[in-house]
Design a protein around this ligand. Sequence first.
Ligand code: MRU
Length: 358
Amino acid sequence: MSLEAVKYRRGSLQILNQLLLPQRSRYEEIGSVQGGWEAIREMKVRGAPAIAIVGCLSLAVELHRCEKRDKDELATFAVESLDYLVTSRPTAVNMARAAGELSDFILTEVKQPDSSAESFKENLLSRLEAMLEKDIRDNKSIGNHGAKHILSKAKTDKVTILTHCNAGSLATAGYGTALGVIRSLWLTGRLEHVYCTETRPYNQGARLTAYELVYEKIPATLITDSMVSMAMKEKGISAVVVGADRIVANGDTANKIGTYQLAIAAHHHGIPFYVAAPSTSCDLTLEGGEQIVIEERPGEELTDINGVRIAAPGIGVWNPAFDVTPHSLITAGIVTEFGVHSPQELRKVLADKIGLKR
Ligand code: MRU
């Protein structure tokens, strides 16, 4: 059983506070939309799919307790809550996509003449709760498609993978996306080794991915972000696999800061570069990566470590949390729950499989 970022049963939502990992493993109760918004904003929970799941389930717990007896009032509350949750963090598209789809569902449901407030509430709760299982199912498919593709291209019997940030169980409902591919490779017995980057400045790699890999007993080594080119030259890396916060129509992909330089280095060394993400991380409303809003975070994430200042006082700081990898550098493909696609194919696959359009 992999680590659980989210524990949910009707009326109760708990999240593993990822700010405390790896030193302490503490679950905290989220009882309201406001609590969900704050946990996402403070990064107690993070990772594109997990952000949407916790946001939507925070609505589910508040809705479950809500005493409103009027269908329209319930619908207004739900739509306003979803709009608010979208403002928690700007770059990952999953929460915005979920909010859009759920709002459409709410507006259709509320118009049904024969549906009561109770049945409206029940249908909405079921819809919100279904996200958990769907995400795990999608991640397992991503893992299997990615592993199969990597092995089909491998020049060696066993493969070594480099990953960045945390796109594992902790960033999803379970199994993970990039780490899901690694997990599936491990299950085939053909994974030699994993290199995970520290992922400065927030250290999701050192704190979270390293924690997951140790927990799963997958052979792995931690490197700093500045060691990736050297590792590609010397450590027999078979492929790079990363997650995504938003993949736009032309295949350009926003992911954790440092992904772009990883893709450049992989291209230079002729190493296949994969993005692994569910279709819920895709956004066909934007044509190119330059349109993605990149979150900028507080300077203290660079200047301080555990509250202790390490940078020279007075220095200016720039702290973009994500960067955009152009589709031309995603050389091996984008792995979704539907398979492995070239960036150019993505738009058609999403239209054919789920009717996703602009
Ligand atoms: O700032 P974070 O920790 O939320 O950033 C996370 C990432 O960039 C992940 O790679 C991405 O969200 C995919 S998680 C399956």
